[in-house]
Design a protein around this ligand. Structure first.
Ligand code: C5P
Length: 233
């Protein structure tokens, strides 16, 4: 399984994003484009970043009826992204429809992963707001297993959950894990964090890092530090 660092480009507009990516001379980080940037700039931002030679994780977290998700995935597949995602809460049928929509005529498709439970959801809000009265760990495992059954490639989860997910769904089932910080960084609004080296030891396949790289004094240096630590160097 390819291990890599994905840089969350949580910028509000194309200009700031290109300015940031322009700092990397020669190197082409795997980038994550989220809802803010995609809704601000539309599909053109994906085409442009792809044209510049970056791999793209398009993090739009789809959750709708299977037919709508299938048709939307066909559009995203045409944008030639490398990885995209859905909410596992959309059900196994919705995830199956997502795979169908994403698969191109030649049988190839971007990687598809599922969000299990957002890390902003805690046990209390899951029970009180969603009426899910199972322990969080069990819910994450169940949703990951549903994603595997639907044929998805992996899940977004906390690095703390990566080992359990691999034990349940196999080592080829990828774990993409945000909530990663350098030893010296403040945690910010991420509650449960790990360093790139700890995330590697925990079995993460891809780590997603935003602010520790985008807001660093020297983003290129921070990115290469993350790569080295995550590669175990
Ligand atoms: O800046 P930071 O490293 O916290 O960015 C993490 C990225 O991962 C953000 O784009 C955030 O939206 C995303 N994310 C997360 N927790 C999840 C899912 C996605 O932090 N459970």
């Amino acid at each position: 399984m390819a291990k890599d660092v994905i840089v969350a480009c949580d910028f509000s507009c194309a200009e700031k994003t290109y300015e940031f990516l322009g700092l990397f001379r020669g190197e082409k980080p795997f980038v994550k484009i989220g809802m803010e940037l995609f809704y601000a700039e539309g599909p053109q931002i994906v085409r442009e970043i792809k044209k510049r030679g970056h791999r793209i994780f398009l993090d739009l977290k789809l959750h709708d009826i299977p037919n709508t998700v299938k048709k939307t995935m066909a559009v995203l597949s045409g944008l030639d992204v490398d990885m995209t995602n859905v909410h596992a809460a959309g059900t196994v049928n919705m995830m199956k429809a997502a795979i169908e929509g994403l698969t191109r005529a030649d049988g190839t498709r971007p990687l598809l992963i599922a969000v299990t439970q957002l890390t902003s959801t805690d046990q209390r809000s899951m029970e009180e707001d969603l009426w899910i009265e199972k322990p969080m760990g069990k819910v994450v495992e169940h949703y990951a297993d549903n994603a595997r059954k639907a044929g998805l490639d992996g899940v977004v989860c906390s690095p703390l959950e990566a080992k359990t997910v691999h034990a349940l769904c196999g080592n080829n089932f990828i774990t993409v894990t945000p909530g990663v910080r350098f030893e010296e960084n403040a945690k910010g609004d991420q509650k449960r964090v790990m360093t790139p080296a700890q995330a590697r030891a925990a079995g993460s396949d891809y780590i997603v890092m935003g602010r520790p790289i985008t807001e660093a004094d020297d983003p290129v240096k921070a990115y290469s530090k993350a790569k080295k630590e995550f590669a175990g160097e």
